[in-house]
Design a protein around this ligand. Structure first.
Ligand code: FDA
Length: 306
């Protein structure tokens, strides 16, 4: 991990900075990365994206909740988003984080909450993907995922794998035997070198390896990156290996590489935009700044805009 990224992630955890940015950040530029603070505004953005040929996955922001009440509110929020998607007839599925649903409070409580969400996904003919968080939570996330995969099937639940982790080759191989729908990402957390590749080139190489392996196993793969070199590689790989465009999709974050998203959609690829919404946007926002400190400049510039 680069020094700058590490520094931004450390500074952003400072309580004073957290309070300051949470109060003013949405006006200062967080709205570039967050579709809205409420469902109504967000659905308008989802419709705009759909009209441009882009699919969506909605993410109700929030993570690491500390009380059962908060976790239940988040669970109800995810359930309500399936109803809203159905009522508005928009093309979107849903992504969730298990720490938002009570993973750190009690894994069984979290499992119950997640069970209700997948049940709703199934009832509305939709799909929910569990985002992957930092490495100490992976085993618990995998356990909950496996239990619900067995109960509801892979058409209704999927998972994320991070290429920066050494363990991911084995995980992809194992999940491939169950034909799991995986989103492959590079990984966004501050991880020690004991568990994750410190060098970007190794993370990128692992990324290609994991995507290739999952696609070769005939499993649905969401190629979630803004890395143009990897996207070009993926386009060539699928062509050379006669992989149907039904077996994969590109995914990118709301507000990032927007013209690339549109270009790929125009070329006929499926492109899904990870679209966060809600009031609790600060940790998500900090990770986006850490990935690209130039984004902090964008925020500063908006301070001086009329
Ligand atoms: P990389 O960081 O190499 O960036 C490639 C290029 O993309 C950069 O040069 C820049 O041009 C552009 N770019 C990247 N980030 C940018 C930013 N913030 N602002 C502006 N430009 C940027 N992580 C995780 O740990 N668990 C998860 O569940 C998910 N889920 C997820 C879903 C989706 C749809 C995406 C796209 C990403 C995630 N991630 C994630 C985040 C992921 O791990 C990673 O941190 C980011 O995608 C950035 O890495 P890239 O693959 O884009 O490559």
């Amino acid at each position: 991990m680069s020094m700058t990224r590490k520094a931004v992630l450390t500074i952003s955890a400072n309580p004073f900075i957290t309070r300051l940015v949470s109060k003013y950040g949405m006006k200062l530029g967080a709205s570039r990365f967050v579709a809205g603070e409420n469902m109504g505004d967000t659905l308008l953005k989802v419709k705009e994206l759909n009209n441009e040929g882009l699919l969506v996955t909605l993410d109700l922001l929030g993570e690491s909740v500390h009380t059962r009440e908060e976790a239940l509110v988040a669970t109800d929020g995810a359930i309500r988003s399936f109803d809203a998607i159905q009522q508005q007839g928009v093309n979107s599925n849903v992504s969730v984080k298990l720490t938002q649903l009570g993973l750190d409070i009690d894994p069984y409580f979290c499992l119950d909450n997640m069970d209700r969400i997948v049940a709703k996904a199934k009832e509305t003919g939709n799909f929910v993907r569990i985002d992957m968080e930092d490495s100490p939570r992976i085993d618990a996330t995998m356990d909950i995922f496996s239990t619900l995969l067995e109960k509801y099937g892979r058409d209704h639940i999927g998972l994320v794998i991070q290429s920066y982790l050494y363990r991911s080759d084995k995980d992809v191989e194992q999940l491939g035997t169950h034909n799991v729908n995986l989103r492959i990402v590079k990984g966004a957390y501050k991880e020690p070198k004991e568990v994750a590749y410190p060098e970007k080139k190794d993370v990128d190489e692992a990324y290609r390896r994991l995507v290739a392996s999952h696609l070769r196993n005939g499993c649905y793969t969401a190629i979630a990156t803004h890395d143009i070199a990897i996207i070009q590689w993926a386009k060539t790989f699928v062509k050379e290996n006669n992989i149907s465009t039904d077996l994969f999709e590109f995914q990118m974050l709301y507000g990032i590489a927007t013209s690339l998203q549109l270009d790929l959609a125009r070329e006929g690829y499926k492109v899904r935009v990870y679209t966060p919404y809600g009031k609790d946007w600060y940790p998500y926002f900090s990770r986006r700044i850490a990935e690209r400190p130039a984004n902090a400049l964008f925020i500063l510039k908006s301070l001086f805009r009329k």
